[in-house]
Ligand binder design. Structure first.
Ligand SMILES: *Cc1c(COP(=O)(O)O)cnc(C)c1O
Length: 424
């Protein structure tokens, strides 16, 4: 029953019966037929499970969600239209106007904007903490209305490694779950549930797809957080939902199903941030080789990081698997098989030198994208993080000279040669 991660990457989520397609079918249908109105009514009351409209659920998307669920070791999962949608729904499913979230300050720029600007406008406030703060500092960030803690396993682009156990401990001491964005590590390199995280999110756009083909996201629930033990904090899960004839999610669906069912039945219904079946199919093709590709991404990342460290034109290098990294010990614990293919470094000469260096690269393209089969690079302070002032940039671990270099699947020797000529 429980296979190793590589086997799940290839075969998880789908077992065809006799004479059925070997590859997952793309169910390109918005709707599903029923022979009686009563049968369909039961679906609308969540009394029975089944498909009726692809804005809520689609069989192709569910097959791929089931694979990611198995990869993370979770109890339930759902695909979303993007990583941003996954981050938003994962928090909004348990927090509403007047609530508060504790988040690591070292997170993806788009997530920071979502939290600090857009969700703030919805009345949800955020306290951003230094991911390397002491336990006392972390505990001091909580308020009576705190509903969750959020962090990234390996932060994009700062590459800080989250002390998942420390964050989980603080979250649980305050009766709230830890949500971890596991995009950069992928379940091949880290499974946050094993360290106490309760919910995992992904931008599947990155390594999971891996070929720059489809924007997507995913939310996985561990099924371990006891919502009922903190029922006063989570009325959405623990009191009747009038839009479904008084269903109480934790009673009807248990700890393993309540969170994802609510996110699907309420939030997907209302926001409609669904992944298309076509994109889910493409995502699944990527997942089939995730374990093979991650190994190569990490080998290339390590080789490039070592080369950069030896260059006198480079001011500093940050790669969690380098012994010189402040996160080396933590990476050994949380990421023993490797971290990711992304290396960040500072080009001597600051912002301008960083831009000049990037424009001279021949293999790596300048792109907003990251974690792709083709190497690419980005100057975050001038693009994804340009909304932040110098102070916020420093807190997010994104200095002005930082170049984020995403090592693809090319040969490391060619990548290094390209970087060498661009630096010179
Ligand atoms: C890209 C990214 C996101 C946002 O995902 P999209 O698929 O672009 O919406 C969220 N978190 C991390 C860590 C990311 O790298």
């Amino acid at each position: 029953m429980s296979h190793s991660i590589g086997t799940v990457c290839v075969q998880g989520g789908y077992t065809p019966g006799n004479g059925e397609p070997r590859q997952i079918p793309i169910i390109q249908s918005t709707t599903f037929r029923y022979t009686t109105g009563e049968a369909m009514g039961k679906l609308f009351d969540l009394e029975e499970s089944g498909y009726f409209y692809s804005r809520l659920q689609n069989p192709t998307c569910d097959t791929v969600a089931a694979k990611i669920c198995e990869l993370e070791g979770g109890s339930a999962a759902m695909l979303t239209s993007s990583g941003q949608a996954a981050s938003f729904l994962s928090v909004f499913n348990i927090a509403s106007c007047g609530d508060h979230i504790v988040s690591s300050a070292s997170i993806y720029g788009g997530t920071y904007n979502l939290f600090a600007v857009t969700m703030k406008r919805m009345g949800i406030s955020f306290t951003f903490v230094d991911p390397d703060c002491t336990e006392e500092e972390l505990n001091a960030a909580f308020r009576p209305n705190t509903k969750a803690v959020f962090g990234e396993t390996i932060a994009n682009p700062a590459l800080t490694v989250l002390d998942i156990e420390k964050f989980a401990k603080a979250a649980h001491a305050h009766g709230v779950p830890l949500i971890v964005d596991n995009t950069f590590a992928t379940p091949v390199n880290c499974r946050p549930f094993a360290f106490g995280a309760d919910i995992v999110t992904h931008s599947t756009t990155k390594y999971m797809d891996g070929h720059g083909a489809a924007v997507g996201g995913c939310i996985v629930d561990s099924g371990k957080f006891d919502w009922g033990a903190h029922a006063e904090k989570f009325p959405g899960l623990c009191t009747p939902d009038e839009s479904y004839h008084g269903v109480t999610y934790i009673e009807r669906f248990g700890l393993g199903g309540a969170y994802i069912t609510k996110a699907t039945a309420q939030l997907m219904r209302d926001f409609g941030t669904v992944q298309s079946p076509q994109n889910a199919y493409l995502l699944n093709l990527g997942l089939e080789s995730l374990h093979v590709r991650m190994k190569r991404h990490c080998e290339n990342g390590e080789a490039v990081a070592k080369f950069l460290e030896s260059s006198d034109r480079v001011a500093w290098v940050n790669y969690p698997s380098l012994p010189s990294s402040p996160y080396y010990e933590r990476a050994k614990k949380y990421l023993p098989h490797g971290s990711c293919g992304v290396v960040s470094f500072g080009v001597k000469g600051g912002r301008e030198a960083a831009q000049r260096f990037m424009s001279r690269l021949k293999i790596a393209a300048i792109e907003t994208h990251v974690a792709d089969a083709r190497s690419c690079c980005l100057h975050p302070a001038g693009t994804t993080h340009r909304q932040m002032n110098e102070e916020e940039l420093a807190a997010a671990g994104v200095p002005g000279d930082l170049v984020r270099f995403s090592c693809g699947l090319e040969d490391a020797s060619d990548l290094i040669e390209d970087i060498r000529q661009a630096l010179e």
